[in-house]
Design a protein around this ligand. Structure first.
Ligand SMILES: [Zn+2]
Length: 85
């Protein structure tokens, strides 16, 4: 009985690993538009910025412009920390 439970647990954890790998595969960056975490140059506040923002994005904390629209991918003025799911 104990052994059966262990096997079931092992199978479950294997399934979970499979799911994680699958998710990571989907997250490989290649989409043309996405949301990014950008750290403000002035105050280091983290802001969520759309990569194709069509209007100026200002820091929610200090008002510094952190993204400028260009018609395509916005110009990011700050440190990109990563993309947001
Ligand atoms: Zn700021």
């Amino acid at each position: 009985m104990q052994k059966e439970i262990q096997q079931a647990w092992y199978k479950n954890s294997k399934d979970r690993v499979g799911c994680t790998l699958k998710k990571e595969h989907i997250l490989i960056p290649e989409p043309s538009s996405k949301f990014q975490k950008v750290s403000c140059n002035e105050c280091k506040e983290e802001n969520i910025v759309y990569s194709h923002a069509s209007s100026e994005i200002t820091c929610k904390s200090c008002g510094n412009v952190i993204a400028e629209p260009t018609g395509a991918v916005a110009n990011i003025h700050g440190k990109v920390l990563g993309s947001v799911e």
